[in-house]
Design a protein around this ligand. Structure first.
Ligand code: ZN
Length: 493
């Protein structure tokens, strides 16, 4: 039996169990953020570590090299599976176990120190451990890069085949237009702001209605509450979380739509790819393109907000916004602020570009951790027009660097750039989409995304995935044109 087995089939059987265990590990993480009793955290840490050991042993199993040597792909799907498995195996083998363990323990400590430093507004308390994290990641990048660019080696963990140079060029083309637009918008008359209180129970009810309207399959998912909304899982079990705020229902509703974008991508992948390397979203950037196009280009459009205004009036009665057009302006209001996660569609990318440039300079050795806060504050002032008032509103606001996630930030804006390209193609393919959105019906939009992008999972490389759906290679042009048109109209520029 074994003697006759095909090495590709053997490898895929082994891989299926690794994928399944990876899903179990992910579900432990989901549980920790939603259901786990507080007192269980010490035990959970041991459970996590044990799962990581099992997964690491499987991912470095020498049998994989043997199977990869002998496996002959019969078709494009098999070739793509082998490409993913080979890439992950090579990467895992390049990082010495000693270094991987040191990164895990140092980032876990750094995360705790960062949380305390942020609470106490004490940058000096965080910098020594951040220096260690940066040094360890540089060491890892050296192991991965084979003499190539260090930042690119880290970026590859989140956006395979992307390069920092390419992204820098894209961002450089985007940034002046965004800064100029932001200045013009903030000088113009601002729309009214939402006020009053909104039942959290009703927010959750509407949020479920929105999830269903955007095609989220609750037979293969569920919605729970978490402090920071996220989606997790793939295949037949893709869960999302949301949060509520008594005075800000948009936080709940748009967090839900965002996470539904991520989840719908996972649910939309060809079921034949279940528990294979193709059965997951292909990159963080492509993932974010789905959450962003659901949330922004569709969810914050004039026609869709027109429908949402009606539903909110039904549920909350008169909530102080007189009509649908005003509601559209309230939803898309551009505010001054310091925090990336609270930023509007227009300013969000400026937050990301700042982090991308700084972290790229850190990894290249062109910026030291000691000079990081000054560099952050200078750049913030020049892009946003006002000074950072305290570290928790500046360098200490994000968790990423404490967790060692260098190379992650640019994928947020890459997702927005991809969403811009996809939106142009979607509108061309479904020219009368406005009629649907005005009725709260997103099915032709989400159906187009599913058929042209989501179904492929990991079959193609990330940029290729976007190009197949959008019809041309990703570029920042469509996003900038969309934002200029939308905010010029909204603010009468
Ligand atoms: Zn997201």
């Amino acid at each position: 039996m074994i003697a006759n087995a095909n090495p590709y089939d053997e490898l895929m059987e082994f891989q299926r169990d690794t994928e399944a265990l990876g899903e179990v590990a992910g579900r432990l993480g989901w549980d920790q953020e939603t259901m786990m009793p507080e007192g269980a955290s010490d035990q959970r840490a041991v459970e996590h570590a044990a799962m990581s050991k099992v997964l690491h042993a499987r991912m470095t199993d020498p049998q994989i090299a043997d199977w990869l040597d002998r496996a002959k792909p019969a078709d494009a799907v098999a070739a793509a599976n082998l490409r993913h498995i080979r890439r992950n195996y090579d990467k895992t083998m390049k990082v010495p176990a000693r270094l991987a363990a040191e990164i895990a323990s140092t980032t876990s400590k750094a995360h705790r120190i960062w949380a305390g430093a942020r609470r106490d507004e004490d940058v000096a308390a965080f910098l020594p451990i951040l220096e260690k994290v940066v040094a360890l990641r540089i060491e890892e990048a050296q192991a991965l890069a084979d003499g190539g660019d260090l930042y690119d080696a880290l970026l590859d963990n989140y956006e395979p085949n992307a390069s920092g140079g390419q992204i820098a060029a894209m961002f450089a083309a985007l940034r002046p237009g965004l800064v100029e637009l932001r200045e013009a918008v903030l000088a113009a008359k601002a729309p009214m702001q939402l006020s009053g209180e909104f039942s959290e129970e009703v927010q959750l009810k509407l949020s479920q209605e929105l999830a269903l309207a955007f095609g989220y399959d609750l037979d293969h998912g569920r919605i729970d509450k978490a402090v920071h909304p996220f989606s997790s899982g793939s295949g037949l079990d893709v869960r999302i979380t949301t949060r509520t705020s008594l005075t800000d229902p948009f936080n709940c509703l748009y967090s839900t739509i965002h996470e539904v974008g991520h989840a719908a991508y996972e649910q939309g992948i060809n079921r034949d790819y279940l528990l294979t390397p193709l059965g997951r979203g292909v990159s963080m950037g492509v993932h974010e393109s789905q959450s962003r196009i659901y949330e922004n280009q569709i969810g914050r459009s004039r026609t869709f907000t027109g429908w949402l205004f009606g539903r909110m009036r039904d549920e909350f009665g008169d909530f102080g916004v007189p009509d649908a057009e005003t509601f559209y302006r309230v939803v898309n209001r551009v505010n001054t602020g310091y925090i990336r996660t609270e930023a509007d569609e227009l300013q969000y990318n400026l937050h990301v570009m700042l982090r991308f440039d700084l972290e790229r300079a850190l990894i290249a050795g062109d910026l030291t951790v000691k000079d990081l806060e000054a560099a952050w504050n200078d750049r913030f002032k020049s892009d946003f027009g006002y000074a950072v008032d305290k570290p928790s509103n500046g360098i200490l606001q994000d968790v990423h660097w404490s967790a060692g996630l260098f190379g992650y930030f640019p994928t947020y804006s890459l997702g927005n750039v991809y969403a811009g390209c996809l939106h142009d193609a979607l509108r061309a393919a479904v020219p009368d989409l406005e009629n649907d959105l005005a009725k709260g019906d997103t099915s032709r939009a989400t159906g187009w995304l599913r058929a042209n992008l989501q179904t492929h999972g990991g079959l193609y490389e990330p940029a290729e995935t976007i190009e197949k759906a959008a019809g041309s290679a990703p570029s920042e042009g469509p996003l900038l044109a969309y934002l200029s048109a939308k905010f010029s109209d909204l603010y009468g520029l």
